[in-house]
Design a protein around this ligand. Structure first.
Ligand code: C2E
Ligand code: MG
Ligand code: MG
Length: 736
């Protein structure tokens, strides 16, 4: 702990009152006065007093006050040695000098010890008095008087203790403290005060008030304002006030001042200074963090909303519209899964920079979540908003080259205009996000302007969802089966179960309309479960009739992700008695990309059951060769969109050949879907594709039509195990 500052040293709060020496003047007596006379004389004195015969240096008379103070019987004082009664060095020297005739008066504060051991703080006076004429005119006696100062001394000691406690308290606080008198003079301060202001301690110790105040004013960013406030405080002596001072060094101090009142009167002021610099910096950091995206440094959703709200308020006065663009990267998850999260983060930062570079300076860009960004475009009508969206789509689609891996990203965007599409930031964001999601469903890599219809669509989704639930309980769903044909010999080697729904009011509702709604609402889980058990039951029935027909069932991502999915498949197979190899699950690439490790475990569990698996709509996702190798998948289904252009479209032909090549390398089978023409079939056959399905052979048929269309036959149980194939035992249709 630091030393008490000198300002609180004893002298600082006022010097002790000066004493005036009291002089005892007694007229010399003609003869030696009698003891009773002397006693009577002394008895009349207010304090303790005794008279000493200078020749003997013995007490010849004393008063009762002396006996009380010295705690001795009066009788004992008579004849006592003068030096023994007051024995300080000063006293002893006086008595010595007196013996040699030097009797200058002595008046000082001293400490006496009584016979009972008490210490007495007294003011003691010794004066020579001429009570008896001496030939040399010298004094005959000395009068010793004592004034007890013990009470005063106690007060003094207590005061000093109080002062040092106060000083220790001042030093113990983390605040800088300054105490001034009503005229502004320094009365006390602590070390922290000098440190905070960078004040040289010497200046304070000297109590150079003018220099200290000038130093403080000089250190401030606004010295005039500071002086002004001081003047106000000077005039309001009882005012408690606080304010903030900014120093030229950048430090920010909080100053609190309260009046120092004693006996109801202002005695000055106490000023305390607290260094807020770090706290303010921390607050600023928190503030920045709370509205910034830590990774990209862009605004976050909160900050964006504030900016959109502000722009909406402005648009009310200046009538200028604004646009909000929400952009989501397409299949970004796959980048994370295949290249790692660290690379994924770098890609996101790269994308953020690209987008930012193509915006105007006052546009606000934010990162809403993982791979979702938003841009607030000020002063933008529909055309300007669409132009901005196209620019963003374009820069995102520029090829990326990271760590010598080359790839191309696309993104989907949704745009909402303010205030026409929404009067709050929340509303605009919702509309822009919904428009973006609609783009995703429609095949991604595009943008879309919010349309009032979107809301109608949402309402119709709810109606459709309700109708689907009714349809399931009322048994209005049916399954149709589309034959899968082997290209080599034209034989039917499988059937894909496809869901059909005829609603009493809406008529036939195609899966492309209701499956996405069911996927969004989660109702796909019970529907998918119904399809699975229905399809497996049908396959078991056919098998019982002598038609061993492998059945392919579509499985949605959400259904696959259910914790009990594998158990459910096993249970359905067990109940029906269908050999697992006759069931094929058609999975989408999303399933593999989403939580790849979890998916891998589940796929292995299904493979252990003996179930076969294929990837539906292959080519529309991000699956790469390296990626597929990890999974126990036996078959790829080339998406219809690549088949439709065959054989004329070079790009489709190239993609189909590449898929076939890749599948050969992975030892996988390939089926092409949506084959409608003989030319397509021929191309696929020549290119080495294994199977096809499509209207060329047959659309999806009800179970009875399927049986009629497919000649009786099937796969004998023994043959299933005998023909090994990739990802599980192969199946060969053997006619009876
Ligand atoms: P998908 O699994 O790719 O099914 C193939 C779709 O192509 C079927 O449409 C089928 O009728 C149609 N198709 C077959 N041959 C041809 C052709 O030659 N030309 C054309 N243009 N189309 C052909 P559908 O039945 O409308 O099903 C559409 C999608 O709905 C399916 O695509 C599948 O993703 C989904 N879906 C159908 N049933 C189910 C189901 O039970 N569960 C799940 N999760 N999804 C299903
Ligand atoms: Mg399918
Ligand atoms: Mg498909």
């Amino acid at each position: 702990m630091s030393k008490p500052a000198p300002s609180l040293a004893r002298g600082a709060l006022g010097p002790r009152r000066p004493r005036t020496a009291r002089v005892v003047r007694v007229a010399p007596m003609a003869a030696a006065p009698s003891e009773p006379l002397l006693d009577a004389l002394l008895a009349g004195m207010p304090g303790a007093a005794w008279l000493v015969d200078l020749a003997q240096q013995q007490v010849v008379a004393a008063n009762a006050a002396a006996a009380t103070l010295l705690a001795r019987p009066l009788a004992q004082l008579h004849g006592a040695s003068a030096a023994a009664l007051s024995a300080s060095l000063e006293d002893l020297a006086w008595w010595d000098a007196a013996r040699a005739g030097a009797t200058a008066p002595l008046l000082s504060d001293t400490v006496m010890t009584t016979v009972d051991g008490r210490q007495l703080h007294v003011t003691r006076s010794i004066r020579a008095v001429a009570l008896q004429p001496r030939p040399d005119g010298a004094a005959s006696h000395a009068l010793v008087t004592l004034t007890d100062r013990s009470a005063e001394q106690r007060t003094e000691t207590e005061r000093e203790a109080l002062l040092s406690e106060l000083q220790a308290t001042l030093e113990a606080t983390a605040d800088g403290i300054l105490v001034t008198d009503p005229g502004g003079k320094l009365r006390a301060f602590n070390r922290r005060f000098s440190e905070m202001w960078g004040l040289p301690l010497a200046l304070l110790q000297k109590h150079d008030d003018v220099a200290v105040h000038a130093w403080m004013a000089r250190s401030l960013a606004d010295p005039e304002g500071y002086r002004q406030r001081l003047r106000t405080l000077d005039q309001a002596t009882l005012l408690v006030a606080s304010d903030r001072l900014t120093l030229l060094s950048g430090k920010v101090l909080e100053r609190v001042t309260r009046p120092l009142v004693s006996a109801g009167r202002p005695q000055g002021r106490v000023w305390s200074f607290r260094d807020l610099t770090e706290r303010l910096a921390a607050q600023e950091r928190i503030q920045t963090l709370s509205c910034t995206d830590a990774m990209t440094g862009l605004a976050n959703r909160v900050r964006l909303s504030e900016q959109v709200e502000a722009a909406l308020v402005r648009s009310r006065t200046d009538g200028q519209a604004l646009a909000l663009l929400v952009v989501d990267l397409d299949r970004f998850r796959h980048i994370n899964d295949s290249l790692g999260h660290e690379t994924g983060d770098r890609v996101l930062m790269d994308v953020a920079q690209r987008i930012q570079r193509c915006l105007r300076q006052d546009d606000v860009m934010a990162r809403l979540s993982g791979d979702q960004f938003a841009v607030l475009v000020h002063v933008a009508d529909a055309a300007a908003a669409e132009a901005a969206a196209r620019r963003v789509l374009n820069v995102v689609a520029q090829p990326c080259n990271l760590d010598s891996v080359q790839f191309t990203l696309t993104c989907s965007g949704g745009v909402a205009l303010g205030p026409s599409h929404g009067r709050t930031a929340d509303e605009l964001l919702r509309h822009a996000e919904a428009a973006m999601r609609a783009v995703k469903l429609a095949g991604r890599a595009n943008y879309r302007l919010h349309q009032a219809r979107d809301q109608v669509d949402r309402r119709s989704h709810m109606t459709l969802d309700h109708a689907m639930r009714q349809a399931l309980v009322s048994g209005r769903f049916r399954l149709h089966y589309q034959p899968q044909v082997r290209l080599a010999d034209g034989r039917v080697v499988g059937a894909e179960a496809l869901l059909r729904w005829r609603d009493p009011e809406m008529g036939d509702v195609p899966p492309s309309r209701f499956i996405p709604v069911a996927e969004e609402s989660g109702f796909i889980v019970p529907i998918g479960d119904w399809v699975l058990s229905q399809a497996v039951r049908q396959a078991a029935l056919w098998r019982a009739k002598g038609l061993a027909m492998p059945i392919a069932v579509n499985v949605s991502a959400l259904q696959f992700q259910q914790a009990q999915f594998v158990d459910r498949v096993a249970a359905v197979l067990a109940v029906s008695g269908l050999p697992p190899a006759l069931l094929e699950l058609e999975l989408t690439e999303t399933i593999l990309v989403h939580d790849a490790d979890d998916a891998l475990q589940r796929l292995h569990a299904l493979a252990r059951l003996g179930v076969r698996m294929s990837i539906d709509d292959f080519g529309t996702g991000y699956s790469s060769l390296a990626y597929l190798k990890r999974f126990p998948i036996g078959k790829l289904k080339i998406d219809r969109s690549f088949v439709s252009g065959l054989p004329g479209d070079e790009s489709d032909a190239g993609i189909v050949r590449a898929i076939l090549q890749m599948a050969r390398a992975l030892d996988m089978r390939v089926i092409a879907e949506g084959v409608e023409t003989e030319a397509q079939r021929q191309f696929l056959h020549d290119a080495g594709c294994h199977e096809f399905q499509g209207y060329l052979f047959a659309p999806a048929l009800d179970a009875l039509s399927f049986e009629q269309r497919v000649p009786a036959g099937g796969v004998p149980d023994g043959a299933l195990a005998a023909v090994p194939g990739p990802g599980g035992p192969g199946i060969r249709l053997v006619r009876d």
